[in-house]
Design a protein around this ligand. Structure first.
Ligand code: CP3
Length: 354
């Protein structure tokens, strides 16, 4: 990270280990970042968030900048991830929702009928001017460290909107998908447009990569994914293809979907801990890089076990022959010891120094 006040050096960013790995080029060391690296595992995060509701914090550019920078300072990760949440663009267009601590997003009026779709109007850049402002502040301080923007994918957003909140089995979501395919397509199409608009805002403000989180799409069989979800996700990726920034696609429990998720238009496919990266490479089309995939619960084991499991991930990545961005197989769990994350970054850097 550069000294405060420095401007972002875009050539240095383009040449960073993270962006090189996303493009499948030679790297000085394997780059590392963690999904959910900003947030509750950090005491400095809890301190600045005191008394401020999650969704309010996302609209405060100085606070967003500070929270986004915290893990970069502390862990020396190779990329920053913009502090926000997947429901921020929905809130920005007026959907009545909140994030309840310990639960997640809760929607006041779940979408179950055609009339309910009226809640989803297109997103205009002016709806999220705080994002543009915060990214401007961030790129002024990040120096050669790339900033990753993100959004929720149409299926995962739909699962919250249709269920009304987090759900284990997605029964209402799937009932809509199977029972009223026309309404389902209309819902996903609107979400694709909102998501694409939100990613464009982040890229135009200075994000140098984007990740599309389809966290819960692993609930679907491949045929249903191909028919009912892939076109909407592909629409999002197509909409941002022209910028030339790497597009990362991630979901949990998506072993059977990895090839299709790559084909939807990703440059980098995120893999959870259930599929070793060399096996993932057999499922994902050639030329795409891989991201992952240490089980986040491994970080609660003794140091020697963490190191051994990390070596396994690195060996599988090496065997995959693909560009590799080291990450966890899902987000950092809130009770993770931050020092464990700092040691993990140093270990990956040392072990892969070229
Ligand atoms: O550091 C980062 O990765 C950026 C921050 C980030 C947040 N949400 C902040 C947040 C990111 C990338 C997200 C994405 C997100 N949000 C996803 C996709 C990633 C994943 O985990 O699969 C999903 C499914 C959500 C929806 C959501 N928002 C959940 C499930 C929760 C947790 C609820 C809880 O309290 O257990 C949230 C809230 C949330 N988003 C918090 C943070 C820091 C915690 C709220 C708080 O700190 O008060």
């Amino acid at each position: 990270m550069a000294k405060s006040g420095a401007v972002q050096d875009s050539d240095a960013v383009k040449d960073s280990a993270f962006l090189r790995a996303c493009r499948g080029e030679e790297v000085p060391h394997t780059p590392v970042w963690f999904m959910r690296q900003a947030g509750r595992s950090l005491p400095e995060y809890l301190k600045v968030r005191e008394g401020i509701a999650m969704l309010d914090s996302c609209t405060m550019p100085e606070l967003v900048k500070e929270i986004t920078l915290q893990p970069v300072r502390r862990h020396q990760v190779d990329a920053a991830v913009y502090f926000s949440d997947i429901v921020v663009p929905l809130k920005a267009i007026g959907v009545d929702l909140d994030i309840k601590p310990g639960i997640g997003p809760v929607i006041a009026n779940p979408i179950r009928s055609r009339a309910d779709l009226q809640q989803l109007r297109p997103l205009e850049p002016g709806d999220v001017s705080y994002v543009t402002e915060a990214i401007g502040l961030l790129t002024a301080e990040l120096g050669a460290t790339p900033l990753i923007g993100f959004a929720g994918a149409p299926y995962t957003l739909a699962s919250y909107l249709v269920e009304g909140g987090p759900s284990k089995n997605h029964e209402n979501t799937k009932a809509l998908m199977y029972g009223d395919p026309e309404l389902w397509q209309e819902l996903l199409d609107r979400l694709a447009d909102i998501t694409a608009a939100f990613l464009k805002v982040q890229i135009e403000a200075g994000a140098s990569a984007v990740q599309l989180f389809d966290s819960w799409v692993g609930a679907l069989a491949p045929d249903d994914y191909r028919r009912s979800v892939m076109p909407a996700s592909a629409k999002v990726f197509d909409a941002v293809a022209g910028y030339g920034v790497p597009r990362i696609h991630f979901g949990v429990g998506t072993g059977e979907l990895l090839g299709l998720m790559g084909d939807a238009g990703a440059d980098v496919v995120g893999v959870d801990w259930r599929v070793p990266l060399d096996e993932a490479a057999r499922r994902v089309a050639p030329g795409k890089a891989l991201q992952g995939n240490l089980d986040p619960t491994v970080l609660f084991a003794p140091e020697a076990a963490i190191r051994a499991k990390t070596e396994e991930v690195l060996a599988a990545a090496e065997a995959s022959g693909r560009g590799h961005v080291f990450n966890l197989g899902h987000g950092v769990l809130p009770s993770t010891d931050p020092d464990t994350l700092t040691r993990l970054v140093a270990h990956v850097h040392e072990a892969t120094q070229r």
